[in-house]
Design a protein around this ligand. Structure first.
Ligand code: SAH
Length: 217
């Protein structure tokens, strides 16, 4: 895979666009600058890779819009060494952005086709430390919990109870919650063993968070 000067130039413009839309965290902007988004897409979408749009990947899913990736990542406020659970690996792009910020990333994908692709592809571009699981994200990862941060990248009907329980006290979960058409971005902070606070942000459109896992036949 090739990352040319032309790609880098397009990426600089994308970063400027994401900045103009309101993203302020320089580390996140740098990560978008550094990560070749066209690597995560089919050749047919290479020319669109640096437009600020969600684009199709396999299994009828999408890679999130770069602005949305940056927005969720900003709310998540990851630190170097944070243990982060991502629900919805998809293309693996968001997981790599988190890894570039120094997070220890655990990512769950329900679609086997996408899971398999990420398992072989992410190490091949240098992200050997990201751990990927073929499971239902509603269950979280009880064997690895608790997490400092949880990021859900599919639209949920409700906030999954098991994920709330897998958050450390002081930990943060960012999750889009709502119906199939539109969801509100929410940030949940676990303030004690039995208490969580909820903040509501802007509207977004994600593919739905679905139960169960899909196996290739
Ligand atoms: N973070 C991804 C965005 C992928 S879109 C990226 O950067 O490309 C959302 C993904 O969530 C889809 O791949 C979908 O299959 C997955 N998904 C939906 N419900 C899920 C669940 N319950 N558990 C795990 N993954 C789920």
């Amino acid at each position: 895979m090739e990352d040319s000067y032309r790609h880098k130039g397009m990426r600089k413009k994308l970063v400027a666009e994401v900045r103009r839309k309101g993203i302020r965290d320089e580390k996140i902007l740098q990560a978008i600058h550094d990560l070749p988004r066209h690597f995560f897409l089919d050749k047919a979408f290479e020319e669109l890779a640096y437009t600020d749009k969600a684009l199709p990947i396999a299994a009828d899913q999408t890679i999130s819009q770069p602005y949305t990736v940056a927005y969720q990542t900003e709310l998540l406020n990851v630190k170097k060494g944070s243990r982060v659970l991502e629900v919805g690996t998809g293309s693996g792009y968001q997981a790599c952005i988190l890894a570039l910020l120094g997070a220890k990333v655990y990512s769950i994908e329900r679609q086997e086709a996408l899971f398999r692709k990420s398992v072989s592809f992410l190490p091949s571009i240098g992200f050997k430390q990201i751990r990927i699981f073929h499971k239902d994200g509603y269950e979280g990862l009880p064997q690895i919990a608790p997490f400092d941060r949880i990021l859900v990248t599919a639209g949920a009907r409700d906030i999954p109870e098991k994920l709330l329980q897998q958050l450390k006290v002081g930990g943060i979960m960012v999750i889009p919650v709502g119906g199939d058409d539109v969801q509100k971005m929410m940030r949940i902070t676990r303030t004690s063993e039995q208490q969580w606070t909820k903040e509501v942000f802007d509207d977004f459109r994600f593919v739905p968070m679905l139960t169960g896992r899909v196996d290739l036949s």
